[in-house]
Every structure is written in structure tokens, then in C-alpha cells.
Design a protein around this ligand. Structure first.
Ligand code: B12
Ligand code: SF4
Length: 461
């Protein structure tokens, strides 16, 4: 069987405000996971449009039997156009993932089969039925387990084109239920947080070459027993890694230290808002009443860097929220920040509430990229919200603030690491662009590894 798998480019990845390095970070892990279920004699090609141009006529000429496409909300239009082209030529098209699960009827118009929820249970069922000649139009995941996964087909990934080829997920979902998150809708009908067996996760880590890892789990520290066993198993492996967690887990005694001892060097944390009133509104209960300064101090005291994530446009936000957020993050020494304009994703509680209140202004999914205002905000105009968002990025990454943030650290080498990491990420677009266009972005990985290992209180593990 000939199989073509495609991760179409997100609209913003090809637009004028794109940052090439952001889209050359991670390979298409979901599709490589699904490819693991194919038979040894299947011919499979995996394309990621973020890092390679698609030669559609040649791909159509290859006459695949099965085409597997993963649309995200802002790549849905492109994904459907590709799906339509392959179907017109007689190929069988399967669509699945987050956006398809949110809007199955929309996706079904462009597919022969659609898949709702995680693929691990339904994809092998489909493959058997497809080979037997009677595939169903819709498959819905209900059985949630990561036991007995076939090895991810990392051989299909063009490693050289990614800065972080060693991305890995050892769990699915998250124990929390934030109102704006995709998670509850995606995992409806079954467990919404589950992990691999620790030994399987460690075996996957062992298979990855080099030192650096990036855990893409929504909340790597979400199951304390699993996380501790994983970190104990990773001690002494010599890895350096990055991951995501919540302010609540950071404050749990002992857990962060074990992560650090296993090689954690940078943590993505969802602070979401400096306006406390926004947190209960969005069911971000795990953040309510937490002292954010203490959270950052604790992460830094462990020698780990902070990537803070913030959302603008929640109902308690007023036009001063941008400057207040930047001022707090810079003053606390947060190394990198990711800002988002509140985006009600279809399928979420937030989308339903806003729709009922007639606050959704359009359904042009291309603009649901967290850079555009797609709803009626309460505390400011849409213009103020978009301008404030871009201003926050400019201010946070202005050299004066990078220096000020670096100075918030005690030790000279921590100051240096802050400068190298924040500056390297945002201030050398031209150099990143060149490396990406030449297909050599992986050459920068040793630099990233050195920045993560060489500085900080608990340098080189
Ligand atoms: C890596 C990543 C990215 C990469 C994406 C490119 C890439 N190479 O994957 C980059 C950095 C470009 C990116 C950008 C953004 N991202 Co992002 N990203 C992720 C992240 C961390 C991991 C994705 C992943 O690899 N998961 C692991 C694999 C195994 O799971 P998977 O891909 O979902 O695949 C499984 C299933 O979906 C299913 N499946 C998928 N496709 C198909 C197809 C078929 C046929 C079948 C059967 C099954 C199937 O089976 C797979 C195995 O179970 C997720 C969080 C997460 N943990 O998933 C957020 C996430 C997808 N991102 C998110 C967001 C918000 C964004 C941004 C908007 C952020 C921003 N402001 O810039 C942008 C734009 C994305 C968009 N929505 O348009 C949200 C999406 C919310 C939503 N409803 O769309 C997520 C869920 C994070 C979160 N918790 O909110 N992101
Ligand atoms: S903590 Fe993060 S992943 Fe979990 S529900 Fe909230 S936003 Fe989603």
C-alpha cells in the first residue's frame, strides 16, 4: 500500500508576520506515531509543509492509496484543499486531530474517513478495515491507553530541518479543565489524562540520539508518581530537556528538584494572566491565589529557565494589562514569554459561552491564530487588544528589557544565560532564516544545548 502523510502549513507560518524558526522547531510527531502502525511493506512518505515546499503534481502522480492529513485550526483551509485534490484523483483521504475533532461535520465534507480524538485505538482498527475493503466514514476514540505503542517512525522525519528533532510525548492530556483549552473536547468520551508506562517512556528516550529533548506533553508534571519515577530513571542519562507544567506543580515540594536533577533546564508555565479576577472566570483554578513571584523564584533557584505564557483580552483586562504584564515578567527575570490574544476555539466551553452571548464576530479559522481578535472583548476595543499584543512582544524583547530581566538574576552566569537565550531566540531572525532556508537549522542545536547546560546554578548534570 502507498501512503502519503501530510502536515499542512499553518496560515501564519506562510504569512508576512511569520517567524520561520518557530515553525522549524518540532517534527510532525502525531503523524510519525500513526505511521508506526503501518505494515513493514507499506511505502510511506511523510511531508511537513512548514519545512518543505510540497510538489503537489508529483505527489498526485505517485498515486497513493491512502492520504493521511492532520489539520490544525489555522491549517484547515489548506488541509481541505489538499484533501480535495487527492480525492479528485481517486485517493482515499483520512483526516484527524484537534480541528477535525472540534468540527467533524466541516471536515467530513473533505474526507473519506474522519477520526475524533487520539488515534492510538481507532487508527489500527481503520487500517484493518481499509485493507479488508470496508472502512467506516467516522471513527471515535474511546479506549485510552499508551500501552504497547509501536515505535514511532522517526526514520520518516527529516531531522536536519528541525532545531528540536528530539520532541517526545510520554503522556496525553492533562488533569485540569481550563475553559479555553482544547483538551476536554478532544478527549471527550474517554480518559483525558494518561501516561505511558515509565519503562516504555525511558526506552523511547534511550532511542533518541544526542543530548537535548523537548517534552511536548501538556503537563509533564501532572501525575506526580509517574513524573518522579520518570525523573529518577532519567538521572545520569546526561540529557538536557525542556517541558511544560503548571504553577501548582512548580510549588509542590521536591518535584521540581527531581526534574532538575534529571536534566530539566527550561520550563513553559501557563501564568495566563496577571489579573487574578480572570482566573476563576476561565476555570484556571490551579492558578488561583498563587504567588507568581514565588513560582518564578523557585524555578530559578533550581537553575531552570522560565518560558511564561500569557493570554490578553480576558474579561477583567483593561488597556493597562499589556504594560503590567510585561513589567511583571521582565522584573521577575522571566527569560522568554509567549503572548496570545484570547482565542475561543470551537468545541471549548469558552466558545460556547461566547457564542451564546453573541460575542463571536466571525468564523474565518485562518485568523484563529491567537494574533487576531475574533470576538468582542469587554475591557477594550479589538484595535487596542491587537495593538497591545504586538506592543507587549516588542517591549518584552527590547534589548533594554532583556538586560533588565537578566539583571533580575543573582549570579553572573545566570545573567549571561538569560541574555544568550532570550537574545538568541528573538534577535537573530536573519541568521535563523538563513539556516532554515539552507536546511541546516539542526546545526544550531549544539549552541542551544550549550546555552541550556553551561550556565545556571546547577550547570552541566
Ligand atoms: C508541537 C506543537 C506546535 C507546533 C506544531 C507543528 C508540529 N510540528 O507539530 C507549533 C510550534 C508550530 C505550534 C504552533 C501553535 N500552536 Co501548538 N502545539 C504543539 C503541541 C505542544 C504538541 C503537538 C504534538 O506533537 N502532540 C503529540 C502528538 C502525538 O499528538 P497529535 O499531534 O495531536 O496527534 C495525535 C492525535 O491528534 C491524532 N491525530 C492527529 N492527526 C491525525 C490524523 C488522523 C488521520 C488520525 C487517525 C489521527 C490523528 O492521533 C495522534 C496520536 O494520538 C500541542 C500540545 C499537545 N500536547 O498536543 C500544542 C497545541 C496543538 N498548540 C496550540 C496552539 C494554541 C498553538 C498556536 C496557536 C500558538 C501560538 N499562539 O502561536 C500555534 C498555531 C497552531 C494553530 N492552532 O493554528 C494548542 C491548540 C489549540 C487548538 N484547539 O487548536 C495546543 C493543543 C496546545 C494547548 N494545550 O492549547 N504548536
Ligand atoms: S493546564 Fe494547560 S493543558 Fe491543562 S487544561 Fe489548562 S490549558 Fe489545557
Amino acid at each position: 500500500m502507498r501512503v502519503t502523510m501530510i502536515l499542512p502549513a499553518l496560515t501564519e507560518a506562510t504569512g508576512p508576520a511569520r517567524r520561520p524558526v518557530k515553525y522549524a522547531l518540532f517534527p510532525p510527531l502525531g503523524l510519525a506515531t500513526l505511521a508506526g502502525y503501518l505494515a513493514a511493506d507499506d511505502e510511506v512518505a511523510l511531508y511537513d509543509e512548514h519545512v518543505e515546499a510540497l510538489d503537489l503534481p508529483a505527489m498526485l502522480d505517485a498515486r497513493p492509496d491512502l492520504v493521511v492529513i492532520q489539520p490544525y485550526i489555522t491549517s484547515a483551509r489548506r488541509a481541505y484543499a489538499l484533501a480535495d485534490a487527492f480525492r479528485a484523483q481517486g485517493a482515499y483521504v483520512a483526516l484527524g486531530g484537534l480541528h477535525v475533532t472540534s468540527l467533524p461535520d466541516e471536515a467530513a465534507a473533505h474526507a473519506d474517513s474522519i477520526f475524533l480524538g487520539p488515534g492510538e485505538d481507532i487508527w489500527p482498527v481503520f487500517l484493518k478495515e481499509f485493507r479488508d475493503g470496508h472502512p467506516a466514514p467516522r471513527y471515535t476514540s474511546t479506549t485510552r491507553t499508551l500501552a504497547g505503542l509501536p515505535p514511532i517512525r522517526r526514520d520518516l522525519i527529516k531531522r536536519g530541518r528541525y532545531l528540536v528533532p528530539n520532541s517526545i510525548v510520554v503522556s496525553r492530556g492533562c488533569p485540569h479543565h481550563c475553559d479555553f483549552c482544547y483538551k476536554d473536547a478532544f478527549f471527550e468520551g474517554g480518559k483525558s489524562f494518561y501516561t505511558q508506562a515509565v519503562d516504555d517512556a525511558l526506552a523511547e528516550i534511550e532511542r533518541l540520539p544526542g543530548r537535548h529533548l523537548y517534552f511536548l506533553d501538556d503537563h509533564l508534571l501532572g501525575n506526580r508518581r509517574f513524573a518522579e519515577a520518570l525523573f529518577d530513571g532519567m538521572r545520569g542519562m546526561g540529557r538536557v530537556w525542556q517541558a511544560a507544567s503548571t504553577v501548582k506543580s512548580v510549588l509542590e515540594p521536591g518535584l521540581l528538584e527531581r526534574a532538575r536533577d534529571a536534566g530539566l533546564r527550561s520550563l513553559f508555565v501557563g501564568f495566563e494572566s496577571v489579573n487574578g479576577g480572570n482566573l476563576p472566570d476561565t476555570l484556571k483554578i490551579q492558578n488561583v491565589g498563587r504567588d507568581y513571584n514565588r513560582v518564578v523564584r523557585r524555578i530559578h533557584d533550581c537553575g531552570v529557565m522560565v518560558n511564561g505564557s500569557f493570554v490578553f483580552g480576558l474579561d477583567h483586562d483593561r488597556p493597562d494589562v499589556f504594560a503590567r504584564t510585561v513589567d511583571w515578567a521582565v522584573g521577575a527575570g522571566v527569560e522568554t514569554a509567549t503572548f496570545h490574544i484570547l482565542t475561543p476555539y470551537p468545541g471549548t466551553g469558552q466558545f460556547r459561552r461566547m457564542e451564546a452571548a453573541d460575542r463571536i464576530v466571525h468564523r474565518d479559522w485562518d485568523l484563529y491564530d491567537t494574533r487576531h481578535v475574533v470576538y468582542r472583548p469587554h475591557g477594550m476595543t479589538p484595535r487596542q487588544l491587537e495593538d497591545g499584543y504586538w506592543q507587549a512582544y516588542r517591549d518584552f524583547y527590547a534589548w533594554r528589557n532583556i538586560y533588565r530581566g537578566a539583571n533580575a538574576h543573582d549570579l553572573p552566569r545566570e545573567k549571561l544565560r538569560h541574555l544568550a537565550y532570550a537574545g538568541g531566540w528573538k534577535k537573530f531572525e536573519g541568521a535563523w532564516d538563513l539556516l532554515i532556508r539552507r536546511g541546516h537549522v539542526l546545526d544550531a542545536l549544539p549552541l542551544l544545548e550549550r546555552t541550556l547546560t553551561a550556565f545556571g546554578r546547577h550547570a552541566a548534570s
